[in-house]
Design a protein around this ligand. Structure first.
Ligand code: ZN
Length: 141
C-alpha cells in the first residue's frame, strides 16, 4: 500500500522536459535515467540507454553508465534518483521494481505512458528495505 505524501522533489522545468523527451523517444519500450539531487532539488539529468535484455519489458542502466553517473554525482556530493518509464501500466512501482529498489535504496521516479498519445505523467516513490512504498510529491518549476 502507498502511504501519504511524505517528501518533495523539485525538478527545474528544463530538466523535466528533457526527461519527458528521453522517455518519449524510448516509447514503446521502457526507458531509464537518473537524476542528481542536492537536498530536494534536482540539479542534473542523466539519460543513459536502456541496457535491459528485453527493453519492452524492463529497463536498467548499464554498469558502465551507472558508474559514470555515480562518480559524477559524487563530484558535487549529490544523491541519485532512478527513473524509468512504464509504456502501458500506471506510474506505480511493479513488484519487480520494489524488489530491486528495496536493495538499492534509490528514490524511484516512474513515468507512465498509459494515456498515450497524451504526454507521460510522473510520480515518485521511496521504497524502504522492508518493502514499504511511500509516495512523494514532484514539483516542476
Ligand atoms: Zn517499473
Amino acid at each position: 500500500m502507498v502511504a501519504e505524501t511524505s517528501f518533495v522533489v523539485r525538478i527545474p522545468t528544463a530538466l523535466y522536459e528533457e526527461m519527458v523527451a528521453h522517455v518519449s523517444a524510448g516509447y514503446p519500450n521502457e526507458t531509464c535515467g537518473a537524476l542528481g539531487c542536492k537536498g530536494d532539488l534536482v540539479v542534473k539529468h542523466y539519460p543513459p540507454a536502456n541496457a535491459a535484455e528485453h527493453p519492452d519489458d524492463y529497463s536498467e542502466i548499464g554498469g558502465k553508465d551507472r558508474l559514470r553517473i555515480l562518480y559524477d554525482i559524487d563530484e558535487y556530493d549529490g544523491e541519485m534518483i532512478y527513473y524509468h518509464s512504464h509504456p502501458i501500466t500506471e506510474a506505480r512501482p511493479s513488484a519487480r521494481d520494489i524488489s530491486v529498489a528495496r536493495v538499492n535504496g534509490y528514490l524511484y521516479l516512474i513515468f507512465s505512458h498509459q494515456y498515450y498519445p497524451e504526454p507521460p505523467y510522473a510520480r515518485i516513490f521511496r521504497i524502504t528495505s522492508d518493502g514499504t512504498v511511500t509516495e512523494g510529491k514532484v514539483i516542476v518549476s
